[in-house]
Design a protein around this ligand. Structure first.
Ligand SMILES: *Cc1c(COP(=O)(O)O)cnc(C)c1O
Length: 450
């Protein structure tokens, strides 16, 4: 007979028994989205900008920003944000290594180079303490990523930026609608740029958007990749004489099926985000006080939030469970029916050869230093960013609930409680961690059971 108390890994009844239905399904697509998309197709306006202009206006109003500009991808929006900030030949940008590559890799094509800083072990965002000593005469900007929904320490980052006259680009791809001390992330730095692709918490299909209160940045971004708007009504005296052709040689406008869906998604986003926030906090509250695990979320009275909890993760403290490996821990959780639980997050970028050896454009030397007066690779190899490099053994995916269904969430919490309650039984055949948890993308959505 199967026993409910026994760990499922050893033949017991799994903690999660009910069908998850649409508990994890994302984005939520209704007839309203479908109608909006079909209208664009029927009008044949997939490549226009009429729908995108409306989406931008509504998106800017949502964030209370003066300008929003739609893009074909988040990658494109960040690329244009860099150009808007005048990042060019030989310039350095200080950025985290623990992020998706599109937070920073576009800088190569502008002749700039990344300088990686470590992350804060609690927020998992760029650590303000590790920024200042990396600033040189060539530093132009700081790129901040509100990693896996957690807001970065913007007060301290903005102080540093002001002191050294640096621009701040916020990559909001993980944290749409999230708050930092009561303020929306993406509205605090010079530019907020973000992905809106289907896996993100604000999901419209392939697409990106950037927001700013600065007309010059907006117009430089238009000039870079939006030729159809780079016209006589540009205010900048520097840009206007050259209207007509895109400076970047890029065509970056948003597909209008995406903008149409985006307009519908925006109407419901705050409400859906609030539902996710309740569900995720309820899950963690169920697990309060257990050894070995901690939530990745800001303190409750901080005024900061996790937005839509994109790719939600938890911390793992192996020491509190007699050294049980995160690999074995996650295996036992998955056996309980919480199938999305896997160790790791993004792989650290700074150890990849693209930041050390590869000559992308034929400069005759590695692109990382193609235009540098100093070798920025020095002190940036393996072992140089200890918090970043140890992270993959300290975090795991947790279920990303889209609905606050308490009874079902309790089943997932039970999976964690069961495993932690009997962790000693798992020590015996613990194989330890294989090298290389994590991946080049955060594939939480891929781990969602269909
Ligand atoms: C997804 C993502 C991007 C890139 O966005 P795309 O829309 O996929 O081009 C940039 N930065 C981060 C942190 C991301 O997660």
């Amino acid at each position: 007979m199967k026993n409910a108390d026994e760990l499922a890994l050893f033949g017991g009844i799994p903690a999660v028994t009910s069908d998850h239905h649409d508990l994890f399904k994302w984005p939520i697509i209704t007839e309203e989205d479908e109608t909006a998309a079909i209208e664009v197709l029927r009008k044949g306006s997939m490549s226009g900008i009429d729908e995108t202009l409306l989406f931008e206006k509504e998106f800017a109003a949502w964030l209370q920003m003066d300008y929003a500009l739609g893009f074909s991808s988040g990658t494109a929006s960040i690329h244009a944000a860099m150009y808007a900030c005048s990042i060019g030949i030989g310039d350095e940008v200080i950025c985290p290594s623990m992020t998706y590559w599109a937070s920073l890799l576009q800088v190569y094509s502008l002749g700039g180079t990344p300088v990686f800083a470590d992350i804060d072990p609690v927020s998992l965002c760029i650590d303000p303490i590790d920024i200042e000593h990396r600033i040189t005469e060539r530093t132009k900007a700081i790129i901040v990523v509100h990693y896996m929904g957690h807001p970065a320490d913007m007060d301290r980052i903005m102080d540093i930026a002001k002191k050294h006259n640096l621009k701040v680009i916020e990559d909001v791809s993980h944290a749409h609608g999230g708050l930092y001390k009561g303020r929306k992330v993406g509205t605090i730095g010079d530019i907020g740029a973000m992905s809106l692709m289907s896996g993100k918490s604000f999901a419209i299909g392939e697409g990106g958007i950037f927001v700013t209160n600065n007309q010059e940045y907006y117009e430089r971004a238009v000039a870079f990749g939006h030729y159809e708007r780079f016209s006589a009504n540009i205010h900048s005296e520097e840009l206007r004489p050259f209207a007509g052709l895109p400076f970047g040689g890029y065509k970056y406008r948003m597909h209008q099926v995406s903008s149409a869906v985006g307009r519908v998604q925006l109407k419901y986003y705050d409400q859906r985000m609030a539902e996710i926030d309740k569900a995720m906090n309820y899950f963690w509250d169920q697990l309060e006080g257990l050894p070995g695990i901690r939530p990745h979320r800001p303190a409750k009275d901080s005024g900061s939030t996790m937005g839509g909890w994109y790719a939600a993760h938890g911390f793992y403290l192996s020491d509190e469970l007699d050294g049980l490996s995160i690999t074995r821990f996650c295996e036992a959780i998955r056996a309980e029916g919480a199938v999305a639980c896997a160790p790791g997050c993004n792989l650290p970028l700074h150890v990849h050869a693209l930041f050390h050896e590869v000559d992308v454009y034929g400069h005759g030397r590695p692109t990382r230093i193609a235009h540098s007066l100093r070798d920025v690779r020095q002190g940036q190899g393996a072992g140089s960013l200890p918090v970043t490099e140890s992270l993959n053994a300290r975090v795991y995916h947790i279920p990303w609930f889209k609905h606050n269904r308490r009874e079902m969430i309790e089943e997932y919490a039970l999976a964690f409680r069961k495993v932690i309650g009997q962790y000693r039984k798992l020590l015996k055949d613990d194989p330890g961690n294989p090298p290389g948890a994590g991946g080049w993308n955060l594939s939480a959505h891929a781990l969602v059971p269909r």
